[in-house]
Structures are given as C-alpha cells and as structure tokens.
Design a protein around this ligand. Structure first.
Ligand code: SAM
Length: 255
C-alpha cells in the first residue's frame, strides 16, 4: 500500500484528513513509528489500526504530539494577562473563550486562572476542544506532574492546585469554568461568538492551504474586536485577508 492510499483509507475509515498535514513531516514520523514497532508496511499498519481501537488512539497520540504546559511561552501569556484580557473586559464582563487543540487542558486552565483573577464577577466561559478523545479525558481529570507546571508561580500553584503525591490537581473553581468537547479543526463546524480564541502549536503540522482555511474560520468565530492567540512558531500570512490585524506578537484582532 502506498502512502497516499494509506491516507485515503484512513480518511474513509476514521474521517481523519491526513492530506491536510504537512506531507514530509508526517511521512517521516510515520516511517519512524513503523520501524520502531517493526511493522512491515502501511497495509499491515492500516489493518492493525482497524482491528484495535487502542492502536488508533496511540496513533493519534503519536501523530499529533500532545506536549503542552501551563502558561506555555510566559512572555505571550503576560501580554494576554496585562493587555488583551483587560481590553476585552473593558468591553464585556462576560468573556467567551475557545481553546482549540487544548491537549491535556493546561492551556484552557491557564486562561481560567487569569480570568478568575481578572474578571470582576467571574462570569466567563471557556470551551476547550481537541481531536483526541483520550487526551480530553485526561484534561477533564486535571491532574498534572510538576514539569507541566514549571511556569506557574508559587502563589498560584498553592492557591489553585491540590497536591497529591507527585501530582497537582486543579481546583474546582478553575475547572468548573472549562467545558471540554471533541472538535476536529479540519472537519467540524466552527462554533461562533468568541471574544478570545487560542489555537497554539497545532497548525504548524498543517499545510498552508489547511492553515488558511482554519484561520478564515477562526476569524468568523470571533466577535468584532475579539482576539486570536497563536503559537510562537506560527504565523498568519496576510491576516487582513481574513479581517484580522496583528496587534502584538502572536495576537491578531478581528476588525
Ligand atoms: C502540541 S499540542 C498543543 C496544545 C496546546 N495548544 C499548547 O500549545 O500547549 C497539539 C494538539 O493538537 C491536537 N490536534 C491535532 N490535530 C488536530 C485537529 N485536526 N483538530 C483538533 N485538534 C488537533 C492534538 O491532539 C494535540 O493535543
């Protein structure tokens, strides 16, 4: 089975659009995986994915790299906290946020901590989505090892987490504001009406065409004046094409 046939079969069977992932990067990762697992070819791999649900989950985990941490890229979170959030709160006290491709939840919980401290009546809501159901289950549990929390201040760690052995569990007041749900950025309809959308460290895996499509949909999902917060190694080419304007590094505002 050729790689292109493998991608088509995956789409037919699981609805996962591998054609929107950067081809070279994807193929290199998959070839490494096959070699490591001593799987002979794509046909054998496809059959394995079809017969064992767990294998498909492992494949998704491997493919999409779930690495995340609280306040990932602290300088950008500082801009979020001191510039973007105050601006948004000055326009509306009830902020609606979407953390897209949220992985194990460190990102939406970081935003929840900021908004818990900043919003006067704590009337905010964060929708947090990811393609991977098993990662969302972990996110709902909200348990983290210290390495995911290295950017967290000591005060916040003590205030918003309960320590249990070598794990830190996020407290209910921060957790209860975050609503986890499965959403595929490449296939599903985009929800609307957001003041702030975070989509960080995922579109780097996608083709330019897929990136453009995603950014267009994000722009439509934002309220006028709302912000899109992307990852440090990502760029939106020609943001004005989508009605977006770069305001700070990593932050784009909808007109
Ligand atoms: C590297 S993590 C980024 C987590 C977080 N945004 C951050 O920056 O720390 C990438 C996440 O993208 C998710 N992902 C990959 N493809 C996706 C897709 N098509 N739709 C939604 N999420 C996807 C993966 O499951 C993974 O959890």
């Amino acid at each position: 089975m050729q790689f292109s046939e493998f991608k088509n079969k995956i789409y037919q069977k699981f609805g996962l659009d591998l054609n929107s992932y950067k081809e070279n990067q994807l193929k290199r990762r998959l070839d490494n995986l096959l070699e490591k697992r001593k799987i002979r070819d794509y046909k054998e791999f496809f059959d394995l994915l079809c017969t064992k649900r767990e294998e498909y989950h492992n494949f998704l985990d491997y493919l999409t790299i779930n690495v995340t941490e609280f306040f990932r890229d602290p300088r950008m979170f500082q801009i979020l906290e001191t510039k973007v959030v105050p601006e948004l709160l000055s326009k509306s006290p009830n902020l609606k946020v979407w953390s897209a491709a949220c992985s194990t939840g460190a990102e939406p919980y970081s935003v929840s901590i900021i908004l818990y401290e900043k919003s006067p009546r704590k009337t905010y809501r964060i929708d947090a989505t990811d393609l991977d159901q098993s990662i969302l289950q972990k996110a709902r549990e909200g348990r983290y090892k210290a390495d995911a929390l290295k950017n967290e201040s000591k005060q916040r760690l003590e205030k918003y987490f309960i320590r249990q052995g070598d794990e830190y569990i996020i407290k209910q007041e921060i957790k209860s504001k975050v609503y986890f749900k499965q959403h595929d950025l490449l296939a599903d309809k985009y929800p609307t009406g957001y003041d702030l959308i975070l989509c960080r460290n995922v579109t780097i895996y996608f083709t330019r065409e897929a990136q453009d499509k995603i950014n267009k949909q994000f722009a439509n999902s934002l309220k006028p004046g709302g912000y899109l917060f992307i990852g440090g190694s990502e760029t939106i080419f020609n943001p004005e094409k989508f009605g977006l304007k770069k305001v700070f590094p990593c932050f784009y505002r909808r007109d």
